[in-house]
Each structure stands twice: as structure tokens, then as C-alpha cells.
Write a new protein. Structure first.
Length: 231
């Protein structure tokens, strides 16, 4: 992988991109569904519900049963879900295969690494530390780090401002259409993680590439920046 000058960045989504957290997210969701006498969903169905935060995940989980919770009940259930999930966030969650090696290769080529996720910042740091990944990232921008979050481009541009990187010198890697929309709005390139949980017409949303596994990421990053350098 060719080296580039400093102050170029690779930003990564967390759930479904860097880490396979769906089993723990699903288990926490299913415990809240059970509290309302609702059956669990297949893991594949839960994966399609992930990507917009805890409130939306819980809402989608009950809606799939034809149930709507009023605002007060939903707020209480979201709080209960977050407490439950935070206590079990590392039961089965692991980095995707090849993630550690790919991150090290990208960093060795001179890129800064950042996390841009809808998960709140504090639990994101907790998970990254427990997995031995925290020190690899120049910044972690959670869903509560700025007044806006993905797909609003301000989430990505805010993360880049923290580390002094212009959007034109960054690429956003994610498995959800929100990642691609945030990158497009911010003026950054994007790479779609097709192995993750989301479904998106990545080409229509402006992604420069799609990868089927983490091992493809260093090459994809190099290709994106080579294309940008070529104008």
C-alpha cells in the first residue's frame, strides 16, 4: 500500500463496519421485546434495523410486530435498553475478521484513523478499549458528540475538524446509507462496507468503492486517494 502525506484520514463507522456487534444488540432488543410479550426476531432481521441509534432500533423492533409504543413508554424502554446493552455490549462483540491488520496497514501508510458512529461517545470508547482498539484512533465522534449526527454531514466534518483534516482529504467507510450521505454532504469520499448490516445503492449515493471484507480496505483506500490525487 503506497504511503501518503500526513493529515489524510480514514473515518470508520462502528457497528456493522469495524465491529460485529449485532448479536449483543439483538439480545438486548429481545429482552425488551420479551417485557412486552413479543417474540424475538431472526438475527438477519435485526441487522437490517441497526444504524440509526437505540431509539430507532427499539421502535423498529416493536413495529415489526405491529406494535407502537407511546412516547412515555418508548422513552422508558429506550433507557432500559441502553442500560441492558451497556452491561452486555462485549458478550459476543468482536472486530470483523481482518480489521486489526487492515487498520495497522492503513495507519502505517500515514493515514489518521477516526470513528464516526451514532453510538454515544463514552460507550464507544469503552468498547474500543476493551477490544484493544482505542489507541489506534485520533478521535472518536459519537452520536452525542455534536448537535447533529449522521446522515447530517456536520457529524463527519466535526470529527475531521477535531483532527485538522479537510473533508477533501478524508474517506468515510460505513455499511449504512447514512455513512454515505454524510460523506457526500461533507465533501468527502466514501467506501461502502458491503459485508455489514445495511443495504444501500452505494453507487447512487456516491461511494467510490465497495468492499466485501476488511482485508480489501487498504487497497480500496489507496485506490480512492490515488484517484483523488489524479484529479
Amino acid at each position: 500500500m503506497p504511503s501518503f502525506a500526513p493529515r489524510r484520514a480514514v473515518c470508520l463507522d462502528l457497528d456493522g463496519t469495524l465491529i460485529d456487534s449485532a448479536p449483543d444488540l439483538a439480545t438486548a432488543l429481545h429482552r425488551r421485546l420479551a417485557a412486552h410479550g413479543l417474540a424475538p426476531h431472526p438475527l438477519a432481521a435485526v441487522k437490517r434495523m441497526i444504524g440509526d441509534g437505540a431509539r430507532v432500533l427499539l421502535s423498529r423492533g416493536v413495529a415489526a410486530h405491529g406494535v407502537t409504543l407511546d412516547e412515555a413508554v418508548l422513552a422508558a424502554e429506550v433507557a432500559a435498553y441502553i442500560r441492558d446493552y451497556d452491561a452486555h455490549a462485549l458478550d459476543e462483540t468482536r472486530p470483523f475478521p481482518g480489521a486489526v491488520e487492515a487498520l495497522d496497514q492503513i495507519a502505517a501508510a500515514g493515514f489518521l484513523l477516526a470513528i464516526v458512529t451514532t453510538k454515544p461517545e463514552a460507550p464507544t470508547h469503552t468498547i474500543l478499549r476493551a477490544l484493544g482498539l482505542d489507541s489506534r484512533f485520533a478521535t472518536v465522534a459519537g452520536g452525542d458528540s455534536f448537535p447533529v449526527r449522521k446522515p447530517d454531514p456536520g457529524h463527519l466534518s466535526g470529527a475531521l475538524a477535531r483532527i485538522g483534516v479537510a473533508p477533501r482529504d478524508a474517506v468515510m467507510v460505513g455499511d449504512h446509507r447514512n455513512d454515505l450521505l454524510a460523506a457526500r454532504g461533507a465533501g468527502a469520499a466514501s467506501i461502502f462496507a458491503a459485508y455489514g448490516y445495511g443495504e444501500a445503492d452505494h453507487a447512487a449515493l456516491g461511494a467510490a468503492a465497495a468492499i466485501a471484507g476488511f482485508g480489501e480496505l487498504p487497497g480500496a483506500v489507496a485506490s480512492v486517494f490515488q484517484a483523488l490525487a489524479a484529479g
